[in-house]
Write a protein that binds this ligand. Structure first.
Ligand code: GAL
Length: 647
């Protein structure tokens, strides 16, 4: 397959007589694809039932004449104003019951039957119109489901659907009452239609109820997506594929993207390492974690359909990517499994909400630094296509489970808690050693890995317990962090079990007491007195069969463990009972990696090395994430420089 490189182009934003020249310039830069259409519903249906695709016919004809392929977006992320006026029930509501008004985007309710009908119609018309069009190689459905708070809606339609969803799940109201423990605070329901929607109330809602609400939101989004995907699949031409572009912030949304992934030909991702008013980009390890998560959704290489080039933000903008820095992020993405890439966007728009979302070209319409960087990148990256298309294999799995993430979201337990920080805490030390890491849903098979990390996995049921025991028994290493195993699938605590619940034997420990931390505390290694910092949480661990690695430096609990290691079968199980600093974990992980004979490379801080293999040869993708020159194996890597080397 030929590699696709291109730009997000919004031809409807510009005078028609600029399109030819734009496409020539886009092509001249090295592109062979443009992505269009995803916000242009009004242009395609100016008034209800008046469908007109002539503008895009013209754009596609021009693209064809220049041999540029097209990814076309279904336009359901932005419906026309006439529809909002005619059918206000399509508008979603915030948690205070305020209807979101027309303006902005993504303000539709995923459970609105009226909206689904209109969406169905426009999608059918669009795909039917272009199904024979060979220039269109892929359909992107909608745009960034669940982004910008659009995963939540508290309207009556959602309320009714939620009650149905619960009835479907529990069948009898007694089952729900029992599961939720509604006997508490006298919340027992007689009928499903008494169940509220979790708008704000005095104090808090029931935890099991909150978890079901998150599951319901995810179900609502995925059902809406499925509706569109089915239409596209039914009607599309045989060489056309279907995808959807995911925004970042995966774990902050009530939306399990693994369900969506099953239905897509490939996953697309929008990579913005810095956005809005951020003082600086997110750390390199987090950018990497995002890529590994996206690749993990289908266990397959993926596309990026929006790769940041300029500074971004709606009303507020922050950090400006330094010369070569955004280009380096593009190389980093490719290293982690991105096979085809489109940059956001060809040219920044002078009017509208994204005046400050800068593109490759700015409003002066001149080819400058950013243009030259993209051009250089496109020219170079094509030479590595075979390596880029190779499958990435890793020995390390970082596991997450959306039920668990949502459980934490509903009850933070510590004011310092943030799920992304905790997954990063257990991911980062692997990243620092330049190993290949898969970030995957816990439902995936994990026997093939040598090491598993389960960050703050507080929901662990018997099935998972057995799978983990088998894994360790067979020689695998497992790393747990605090609060592991305290809850069941209904988001309730286990009765009659000591913490950490079903994994107590696996970890060889008992936890009698725990504390949420607001400030740093100190821990010390068992056999040296050096002090290290910890925060967020601490489980006060009593070892049973486990060995103590670190203890608390504390008047009352200095005989208790902070970090332990247990032998289980042929394997080892680590329990990290507190939010420890990176230096402690870096040490531990080095031992784990060596012990399991996993390939790793030491590198100076900020220099990312990613190993790819193709036909028994090894290649290193080298990316300097710092603003300083770094020496690596007699080679000088300049600030924000990227290199691909065979080794
Ligand atoms: C993305 C979105 C684009 C554009 C971009 C601006 O999240 O998909 O449509 O808004 O952000 O940075």
């Amino acid at each position: 397959m030929k590699m696709y490189l291109g730009v997000d182009y919004y031809p409807e934003h510009w005078d028609k007589d600029m399109i030819d020249e734009d496409l020539d310039r886009i092509k001249e830069m090295g592109s062979n694809i443009i992505r269009i259409g995803e916000f242009a519903w009004h242009m395609m249906e100016i008034r209800e039932g008046e469908f007109d695709f002539s503008f895009f016919d013209m754009v596609i004809e021009k693209a064809k004449s220049k041999n540029i392929k097209v990814m076309f977006g279904t336009p359901t992320a932005t419906f026309p104003a006439w529809l909002a006026k005619k059918e206000p029930s399509i508008l979603s509501e915030d948690e205070l019951g305020n209807k979101r008004v027309f303006g902005g985007r993504r303000q539709y309710c995923f459970n609105s039957e009226v909206y689904k009908d209109y969406a169905k119609k426009i999608v059918e018309k669009l795909i039917n119109h272009y199904k024979e069009e060979e220039q269109i190689i892929s359909w992107q459905i909608d745009n960034e489901f669940g982004h910008e708070g659009s995963d939540m809606c508290y309207c009556n339609q959602c309320h009714k659907e939620f009650q149905k969803f619960l009835k479907n799940k529990y069948e009898e109201i007694e089952n729900l009452n029992k599961t939720y423990g509604t006997i508490f605070w006298g919340q027992t329901y007689n009928h499903f239609d008494e169940i509220p929607i979790p708008k704000p109330t005095i104090t808090v809602h029931n935890p099991s109820f909150k978890l079901d609400w998150a599951r319901f939101r995810s179900h609502s989004i995925n059902s809406f997506a499925k509706l569109q995907i089915n239409i596209v699949n039914e009607l599309k031409g045989k060489n056309q594929t279907v995808t959807h572009n995911l925004p970042g912030g995966f774990f902050d949304k009530a939306y399990d993207q693994n369900v969506l992934a099953e239905k897509l030909d490939f996953i697309s991702y929008d990579n913005y390492p810095v956005w809005g008013g951020l003082k600086e980009p997110i750390e390199a390890a987090e950018i990497a974690l995002n890529h590994d998560y996206v690749r993990g959704l289908k266990n397959k290489n993926y596309w990026i359909v929006e790769e940041l080039m300029g500074a971004q933000g709606h009303d507020v903008i922050g950090y400006l990517p330094r010369p070569n820095q955004a280009k380096m992020w593009a190389y980093q993405a490719i290293a982690h499994g991105c096979e085809n890439m489109l940059f956001f966007r060809w040219r920044g728009m002078t009017r509208g909400a994204e005046q400050f979302c800068y593109g490759i070209i700015d409003s002066d319409n001149k080819e400058k630094r950013k243009y030259e960087e993209v051009k250089e990148f496109m020219k170079d990256i094509k030479n590595h296509e075979k390596i880029i298309n190779s499958k990435i294999e890793s020995d390390i799995g970082v596991l997450y489970d959306f039920d668990n993430t949502w459980s934490w979201k509903g009850q933070n337990q510590s004011i310092k808690f943030n799920f992304t920080n905790e997954i990063l805490r257990l991911y980062r030390p692997f990243y620092n050693l330049n190993t290949n890491i898969d970030v995957i849903d816990i439902k995936n098979d994990f026997e093939k890995y040598k090491v598993l990390a389960l960050p703050v996995m507080q929901i662990i049921d018997e099935n998972l317990q057995k799978r983990l025991e088998e894994f360790a028994d067979n020689g695998g290493t497992i790393i747990f962090s605090f609060r592991a195993g305290i809850k069941d699938k209904n988001n309730n605590l286990y009765f009659g079990l000591e913490n950490p619940g079903l994994i107590s034997e696996l970890a060889g420990i008992r936890i009698d007491e725990s504390e949420s931390l607001v400030e740093d505390i100190e821990i010390v290694a068992k056999d040296n007195k050096e002090k290290y910092k910890a925060n967020v949480w601490r489980d006060i661990i009593s070892p049973n069969t486990a060995e103590v690695l670190y203890k608390y430096n504390d008047k009352f609990y200095d005989d208790k463990a902070a970090i332990t290691r247990n032998k289980y079968g042929k394997g080892q199980v680590y329990y990290i009972g507190t939010g420890v600093s990176e230096d402690v974990l870096d040490e531990l992980y080095r031992d784990i990696i060596k012990d399991q004979a996993i390939e790793y490379i030491d590198s100076p801080k900020g220099l990312e090395l990613y190993m790819r293999k193709y036909k028994n040869k090894k290649y290193l993708f080298i990316n300097n994430h710092t603003d300083k020159e770094i020496e690596f194996e007699n080679d000088m890597i300049k600030a924000y420089e990227s290199k691909i080397k065979s080794i």
